[in-house]
Design a protein around this ligand. Structure first.
Ligand SMILES: Nc1nc2c(ncn2[C@@H]2O[C@H](COP(=O)(O)OP(=O)(O)O)[C@@H](O)[C@H]2O)c(=O)[nH]1
Ligand SMILES: [Mg+2]
Length: 232
């Protein structure tokens, strides 16, 4: 699994402990690739410590902050698994939900994305304004670029390994709209994408700023729609 990490001193240790425990108990081989996205809060040292504590953890470092998309692509590039999971540092999707995504891949999908907007999804403690913003953004994505998909933004997506490595090697969008570019490219390459309803916990305050990051996302959406990125 690949975890993009930007200033995650507070949230990451519990997340890594939780997923490692669950994955170890399952007994199948796994690796956890933590990518430090140019953090300024000591996350770098924390990641090195975690790599010492857990033999399954590997660390990659971006010298300056490049965005969740770029950090994810960097991690995927170094991945070796037959399956690759993208996982947010705050573990707002409980790792047990991975079984549902794996089932979707076993049933023939190339990519299984967690969703808060299809049957089976449950949101716990999501503040009203964030739910509204999320819904509006997803609607815009559905109307302009990805008809049929109801929630593209969950930080919990499972790919066949080769599919992930191929798609992410082409990624142009560095920040939070990268999921949309990846899913667009997946459609063009005729990969099968399945949306899977998951249980979802709102861990705590998001690190995404609606104004700055939201504005950038709209701009990237426009660039994707006009074809100035995401084509080559
Ligand atoms: N805010 C922010 N998050 C980043 C960046 N690069 C990587 N990330 C990671 O992207 C994920 C964003 O998750 P989170 O803050 O929970 O945002 P959410 O989408 O509102 O749940 C976390 O794993 C972050 O560490 C960045 O440049 N800015
Ligand atoms: Mg989150």
């Amino acid at each position: 699994m690949v975890v993009p990490c930007f200033n995650e001193m507070r949230r990451l240790p519990a997340s890594v402990a939780g997923v490692s425990r669950w994955l170890l108990e399952r007994g199948r081989p796994f690796e956890v690739i933590l990518v430090d996205d140019g953090s300024s809060d000591g996350t770098g040292a924390l990641l090195r410590r975690l790599a010492g504590d857990y033999p399954q953890v590997r660390v990659k470092t971006l010298p300056r902050n490049r965005g969740k998309g770029r950090a994810s692509a960097e991690g995927v590039h170094f991945s070796r698994g037959t399956l690759v999971l993208l996982f947010d540092a705050d573990a707002s999707m409980p790792i047990e939900e991975l079984s549902k995504l794996e089932r979707a891949i076993a049933d023939g999908a190339d990519i299984a994305i967690a969703s808060r907007a299809v049957p089976g999804a449950r949101e716990i403690d999501q503040p009203f304004h964030r739910r509204l913003l999320g819904k509006a953004f997803n609607r815009l994505v559905r109307v302009t670029l990805l008809p049929g998909l109801r929630d593209t933004q969950c930080g919990f997506k499972l790919f066949r390994g080769e599919t992930a490595r191929q798609l992410f090697s082409q990624l142009e969008i560095d920040r939070f709209a990268f999921d949309i570019e990846i899913l667009l490219r997946a459609r063009r390459s005729r990969y099968r994408v399945t949306e899977v309803g998951v249980r979802w916990l709102n861990s705590d305050a998001s690190s995404v700023s609606p104004l700055r990051d939201g504005g950038r996302m709209l701009w990237d959406l426009a660039r994707l729609r006009l074809g100035s990125v995401g084509r080559s």
